[in-house]
Design a protein around this ligand. Structure first.
Ligand SMILES: CC(C)(COP(=O)(O)OP(=O)(O)OC[C@H]1O[C@@H](n2cnc3c(N)ncnc32)[C@H](O)[C@@H]1OP(=O)(O)O)[C@@H](O)C(=O)NCCC(=O)NCCS
Length: 215
C-alpha cells in the first residue's frame, strides 16, 4: 500500500516518542486508547466535543475521522492524524493540518494523549516532533495552534515550543462562550530551538501530495 499511498511509510522519531501515519490496525488501537479516557467529564478541551461520545460511537468516530482525512487529502487541504508511540505503545494522537499550504505555508496542530500518559512531557515532545516535520521537511513558514483558556497544559506545550500569543477569540463550546487563545510559531522563532535528534523517514514521496514542491 505504501507504493500508492506513501504516507504509510511516514515516521518521525525522537529519543522519546515516534509519530507515524496510522494503518487501520493502528487506528483500532488509537480508538481503544481514546475510549480509555482523555479528560474529566467536566472539562472539554476540543472545539468539536467528540470525546463525549460513548463507546462504541467514540471508537467509530476516531476511525471515520481518520478515514475522512485520508479520503479528502489534496495538496490544498490536508490533515494527518499521526499516532504517538511511546516504547512501542500507541498513547495518543498528534494532528497536523493545513489549508492552502502551497501559498501560505502555515500548518496547524491539534493533539491528545490518554490520561494515563499525560503530565510526563510527552505532549511537549510530540509537538516538537511534528514541528520538526513541518519546518525542516515541508518548508513551513508558521505553525499555529489554539487552546481554551481553561486548558493550561495545552498552552504550556505551545509556550515551551517557542510559540507566541496570537490573539484570542470567543468560541462556542457546547453552547457556552469560552475564550480561546491562539498561538503562533514563526520560522524565525523556531530556528533557534531546532533539534538535531529528531529524524524523519518516508516523507520524500509524500511531498507532492502535500503541495510541497521542494525538499
Ligand atoms: C494537552 C496535552 C496534549 C499535553 O500533553 P502532556 O504530556 O500532558 O503535557 P506535558 O507533560 O508535555 O506538559 C506540558 C506543560 O503543561 C504544564 N501543565 C500540565 N498541567 C497543567 C495545569 N493543570 N496547570 C498548569 N500547567 C500545567 C506542565 O507543567 C508542562 O509545563 P512546563 O513546560 O512548564 O513543564 C495533554 O495533557 C492532553 O492530551 N490533554 C487532554 C486533551 C487536550 O487538552 N488536547 C489539546 C487540545 S487544544
Amino acid at each position: 500500500m505504501g507504493e500508492l499511498w506513501p504516507f504509510f511509510e511516514l515516521v518521525v522519531a525522537t529519543p522519546r516518542v515516534q509519530l507515524r501515519y496510522p494503518s487501520d490496525a493502528d487506528l483500532q488501537v488509537l480508538a481503544e486508547v481514546a475510549a480509555s479516557g482523555i479528560h474529566d467529564p467536566d472539562e472539554m478541551p476540543f472545539s468539536v466535543p467528540w470525546s463525549r461520545l460513548e463507546p462504541p460511537a467514540l471508537e467509530r468516530n476516531i476511525l471515520q475521522f481518520a478515514w475522512r482525512c485520508r479520503a479528502e487529502l489534496t495538496p490544498r487541504s490536508w490533515q494527518m492524524p499521526l499516532v504517538v508511540v511511546e516504547d512501542g505503545v500507541i498513547v495518543g494522537c498528534q494532528d497536523l493540518f493545513a489549508t492552502d499550504f502551497p501559498t501560505t505555508r502555515v500548518v496547524e496542530t491539534g493533539s491528545w494523549l490518554a490520561r494515563s500518559t499525560q503530565g510526563r512531557g510527552i505532549g511537549k515532545e510530540m509537538r516538537a516532533a511534528v514541528l520538526h516535520l513541518a519546518f525542516e521537511h515541508l518548508g513551513a513558514r508558521e505553525a499555529h495552534s489554539a487552546s481554551f483558556a481553561d486548558n493550561p497544559a495545552s498552552a504550556a506545550v505551545s509556550a515551551a515550543n517557542g510559540y507566541e500569543p496570537n490573539g484570542t477569540v470567543v468560541a462556542d463550546r457546547e453552547g457556552v462562550p469560552v475564550r480561546q487563545d491562539r498561538w503562533r510559531l514563526t520560522r524565525e522563532h523556531y530556528e533557534p530551538g531546532r533539534r538535531d535528534d529528531i529524524h524523519v523517514r518516508g516523507i520524500d514521496r509524500c511531498l507532492t501530495l502535500l503541495g510541497v514542491d521542494h525538499a
